[in-house]
Design a protein around this ligand. Structure first.
Ligand code: ADP
Ligand code: MG
Length: 659
């Protein structure tokens, strides 16, 4: 083994899990299902799967050990780390599998990190999950939809597969809940948490980003050496804050140690993700103050990824959450206050290596009276349409008697069934249709799945395939702070009269015409990384379409092609429709009469009478984003049941049509 391997091994042996190795082997050998609770950084994600590898149970032979993660970024980073620790090549003995990206080698890979969503998809095709010997559900306390459903599925499967071992891992007290749910033994890993002193603000902060930047600089100027972790909510906010902190720190050179600000969020390119583990810069002069690292992160750093050396935590008290808006029946990401459990987790990050400090940018009264005790599981706040479709696919019929970890509200289930029925995925008796069965195969929202599956009827499946891929990746438009005008001009090239879906198609086609060239993309203010991902996704979806014999078709005539694409989109997104309310740019959603506006980034050249939209976002006001013009008569034609029965009993549609 290499010297690097030995160094890593020494560090690993100091992790708290190693003190529980004997206990682990004993409990794991004697039980089919076990629960493990341990604070972040104790070594659960990286070490427990390796323990299972070395447990060398007979049942392991020829089968795979799976370890799930809620996020793609931590799935990949854990697999990379463990392949280094085991001194093997990533993608061979140790691999990972996330949606649209599989780094495993059949026959060779015996330890596979994967997203919870990916394992759930596999369960649809093979309900016995027969290629796995042990399934580890990690970060169960995050209560993502997919992990919650997997818990229910695995609990049932355990009876039918006595050879299957199941481990549920959690970073918080939720472990007790899981222990009860599975009636399984609990291993508690005691960390070596140091005390963390918590500070509150005297008054509420009107601008939490500004307050956060100010606090980071205050710590850098006044506090002892030690790295800082700042929690913000999303990519743009994080990038802007990093830039500003770096700028302001550069204004006081020679007084304080060198400061490096490193962003961390899910869509960050993987080479840049690794930077969070780099040591801080050395002092500028031999006896000068040491360098300091500032990590500005989403709640990935709350429990999923532990960065050693953090002594100070700055917690503004917000996160982005996927929330369902019952009024307009759309999911969207919203900045929301965190829960008390989250706040405590965040503070805990400061005490991993030595006593630390946590600066909460809210008042103590707000902490006590305003924050919820714990976060609401995703199951209870999201649209369940995709989940319900998946459950039908694996043969679950009785949703009410399904063994939920936390039962969703009956009306949430009803709404999901209603949408699936309107999409034609289930019939009025609640049976999965042939169309629904194929829709469930695609790793897309049911609406988009439907559009893709029916697109050959419109002879535009080639284009819809591209649009589906482009809707599955993060934002492709770059808008660097010091080049905003140029970036906007580059983007304006793609504005058109049809809508944003056509713009996405055109961007992708131009990228292909330019041979997937990185410098072409960047000089046009497009993210080459995101485009490359869209390209991979497109290939993957195309391969799936071939498997289900969905033909790739395209219309030569440009005008006709464009019409066909917009009509096909109506077949899936007929519930996400708005019409022009006045000349001031207000639109009204058909479902619930909500007043919305086209998002400023919308590339429509006109303000059409009727539009479909891909997402709804609430910032300073409600916006709809990724918008395309449609015609009212298409909606009546492609979603007649929905429009006749549900929405326009009062004749609103007819009135609108007459206009
Ligand atoms: P847990 O899952 O209990 O939160 P992990 O197994 O993720 O703990 O991490 C154990 C230790 O390994 C932590 O100290 C963490 O900082 C370190 N670690 C994990 N991944 C990496 C990496 N890619 N590079 C360096 N250190 C890492
Ligand atoms: Mg972990």
């Amino acid at each position: 083994h290499t010297p690097q391997y030995r160094d890593i091994l020494e560090a690993r042996k100091k992790l708290p899990v190693f003190l529980h190795m004997d206990e682990f082997f004993k409990v794991f050998n004697e039980n089919q299902i076990i629960i493990i609770e341990g604070e972040p950084g104790s070594g659960k994600t990286t070490q427990i799967p390796q323990f299972v590898v070395y447990s060398d149970l007979p049942h392991n032979k020829g089968k795979i050990i799976a370890c799930t993660q809620p996020r793609r970024i931590t799935t990949v980073s854990a697999a990379k780390r463990v392949s280094e620790e085991m001194d093997v090549e990533l993608g061979r003995e140790v691999g990972y599998s996330i949606r649209f990206d599989d780094m495993t080698e059949p026959g060779t890979t015996f330890l596979k990190y994967m997203t919870d969503g990916k394992l759930l998809r596999e369960a649809m095709n093979d309900p016995k999950l027969s290629c796995y010997s042990t399934i580890i559900l990690d970060e169960a306390h995050q209560r993502t939809l997919a992990t919650d459903i997997l818990m229910s599925i695995l609990k049932g499967l355990a009876k039918r597969r006595p050879d299957l071992k199941i481990i549920v891992m959690s970073a918080t007290l939720d472990a007790l809940k899981f222990q009860k749910y599975f009636s399984a033994p609990l291993i508690k890993i005691h960390g070596c948490a140091h005390p963390v002193e918590v500070f509150y603000t005297q008054e509420p902060e009107p601008d939490y980003v500004e307050a956060a930047i100010r606090t980071v600089l205050m710590i850098h100027r006044a506090e002892e050496p030690g790295d800082i972790l700042l929690f913000l909510t999303g990519e743009q906010e994080i990038e802007d804050a990093c830039r500003q902190i770096q700028l302001e720190a550069a204004l006081d050179p020679n007084f304080f140690g060198p400061l490096t600000c490193i962003p961390l969020y899910s869509s960050l390119p993987s080479q840049q993700q690794k930077r969070v583990f780099d040591p801080p810069l050395p002092p500028k002069t031999p006896n000068g103050p040491p360098g300091r690292k500032v990590i500005v992160s989403t709640n990935i750093a709350e429990t999923s990824l532990t960065i050693d050396g953090i002594v100070y935590v700055v917690d503004p008290g917000f996160e982005k959450q996927n929330v369902y808006h019952p009024r307009i029946r759309v999911n969207s990401l919203l900045v929301t206050p965190i829960s008390k459990v989250s706040a405590k987790q965040r503070a805990g990050r400061a005490g991993r290596t030595r006593p630390g400090k946590c600066f909460r940018l809210y008042t103590e009264e707000d902490f006590i009276s305003e924050l919820e005790e714990e976060s609401v599981p995703e199951m209870l706040r999201c649209s369940l349409a995709g989940t319900v479709l998946g459950l039908f696919k694996i043969g679950v019929k009785d949703l009410v008697r399904f063994d939920w970890v936390d039962s969703p509200a009956p009306e949430a289930l009803l709404r999901a069934l209603e949408l699936l029925n309107h999409l034609g995925a289930i019939d009025t008796d609640g049976n999965l249709t042939a169309l629904g069965s194929i829709m469930a195969e695609f790793p897309l929202d049911p609406q988009l799945s439907k559009v893709l599956v029916v697109s050959p009827e419109f002879r535009c499946s080639d284009e819809i395939l591209t649009i589906a891929a482009m809707l599955s990746v993060p934002n492709v438009w770059l808008r660097p702070n010091n080049h905003r005008k140029k970036a906007d001009a580059a983007r304006a090239f793609y504005t058109n009269v049809d809508g944003d879906h056509m713009a996405l198609l055109n961007v992708y086609n131009n990228y292909i015409q330019n041979q997937l060239d990185v410098s072409w993309a960047e000089s046009h203010y497009l993210s080459a990384e995101v485009l490359a991902e869209a390209h991979n996704i497109r290939e993957e979806l195309m391969w799936m379409m071939e498997r289900f014999e969905i033909e790739l078709m395209s219309i030569a005539d440009e005008k006709k092609r464009c019409l066909a694409i917009r009509q096909a989109l109506c077949c899936g997104f007929f519930m996400q429709v708005a019409y022009k309310g006045d000349e001031m740019g207000n639109y009204i959603t058909v479902k619930d009469n909500q007043v919305v506006q086209l998002h400023p980034c919308c590339g429509l050249r006109t303000q059409p009478q009727w539009v479909i939209f891909n997402d709804f976002i609430l910032t300073t006001r409600p916006y709809i984003r990724t918008v395309t013009e449609v015609r009212a008569e298409w909606l009546l034609e492609y979603a007649p049941v929905y429009y006749d029965l549900t929405t326009f009993q009062d004749g609103k549609m007819k009135k609108a049509l007459r206009k």
